[in-house]
Design a protein. Structure first.
Ligand code: KG4
Ligand code: ZN
Length: 345
């Protein structure tokens, strides 16, 4: 079954062709990083206009790299939420037009389901169900128990900022530009993670929820004092601030994820989403999981960040279970995964 996946939920225009929910024939991502760079973050209006310019060439490129025509497709999977409304609209309405004119079955997808299942795009053997998935990106930080395709239970989520958002804000504070995650990680490599004792929000032993706004404020206050009185804080480099901040985020993500693993008794953890590219997170999670006899899985960076392939893969499982949608579907800026029509696959 040849599925075209389309994702325009934020600032990447992406399309991919995936066969039978696994074999990626093409995955094209047009990044808008340079467009948003001067503003230090995504400007929604600019993002939707750029999607309009890019959606047709990106989809055509995905089809051509896959050596396919629209008539070869058995389905279209398109992200309808969560995300920026203007951006989502472009992908959805283009998908609807293709589906209508070429009579192709179509399904509206939850972006987070794509991230959770992105590990199944890899060639290595995938984790067995059930597993715990941490989706950690610019818009989300959530822990799920995953019992099968289409079968997810939310265990915890951020009550304020997403971890990627905190990375982006700290990068901005330190003058590292946008997007911030990679820049903070690179700077942190030459710093000491014990340099500054930033707070960790564990919020009581029973909570699997996250909070990063206090940490963000703490870094902002520290940076202000550090800039004003360099002598007083002599010896602390900007790299130490980056490394200490990163360590505070990683500590909380690893602790809560392994707590979720302990509560569920599963043998595997998956991390996905843009922040899952972070090597400090991967390393600490891998070591601490291994110490508990648990295996860590993460997709390659191109499948961690937003891409159409993960949407095609997740859409395949919905379409084979008869969960396609009619063309009256619309975008949903907020779309909790618990509201997905579930099935056991
Ligand atoms: O999954 P993604 O491409 O888009 C969303 O769904 O949000 O994630 C983008 C986020 C950004 O906040 C970016 O700064 C962060 O992922 N990110 C990283 C790294 N690479 C990307 N954060 C920390 N370390 C990285 N290496
Ligand atoms: Zn994402």
């Amino acid at each position: 079954m040849n599925i075209l996946g389309i994702d325009t939920s934020c600032d990447d225009t992406s399309a991919a062709v995936v066969v039978d929910g696994h074999r990626v024939l093409s995955s094209v991502v047009n990044s808008q990083v340079r467009l948003h760079h001067p503003y230090g973050g995504v400007v929604p209006e600019l993002a939707s206009r750029e999607h309009l310019r890019n959606i047709v060439p990106v989809v055509n490129e995905a089809l051509s790299r896959a050596g396919m025509d629209l008539k070869d497709l058995n389905g279209i999977a398109v992200t309808i939420g969560p995300g920026l409304v203007g951006s989502l609209l472009v992908g959805l309405y283009y998908a609807k037009a293709l589906a209508y004119t070429h009579q192709i079955p179509t399904v509206g997808m939850n972006h987070l389901e794509g991230h959770i299942l992105s590990i199944f795009l890899e060639d290595d053997p995938p984790p067995a169900f059930p597993f715990v998935a941490l989706t950690v990106s610019g818009g989300h930080t959530s822990l799920y128990r995953v019992d099968g395709f289409g079968n997810y239970s939310l265990m915890g989520q951020t009550l304020d900022d997403a971890a990627g958002e905190a990375f982006d804000k700290v990068a901005k504070l330190l003058g590292l530009g946008y997007p911030g995650g990679i820049a903070v990680e690179e700077l942190a490599r030459s710093g000491s993670k014990e340099g500054v004792p930033f707070p960790r929000a564990f919020m009581g032993p029973a909570s699997l929820d996250f909070s990063f706004s206090g940490l963000k404020t703490s870094v902002a206050l520290y940076v202000r004092r550090w800039r004003e009185s360099k002598e007083e804080m002599a010896g602390v480099k900007m790299a130490d601030i980056a490394a200490s901040f990163q360590e505070a985020v990683v500590d909380v993500l690893v602790h809560k994820t392994l707590d979720a693993v302990k509560r569920t008794g599963v043998g595997a953890v998956v991390i996905a989403g843009g922040v899952a590219c972070n090597k400090a997170l991967r390393e600490k999670m891998r070591c601490e999981a291994a110490a508990k006899g648990v295996t860590l899985y993460y997709p390659r960076p191109a499948y961690c960040t937003d891409n159409g392939a993960m949407i095609a893969l997740a859409g395949y499982h919905r379409l084979i279970h008869g969960k396609g949608a009619d063309l009256s579907m619309d975008v949903r800026s907020r779309f909790p995964i618990e509201e997905l029509a579930s099935f056991d696959g």
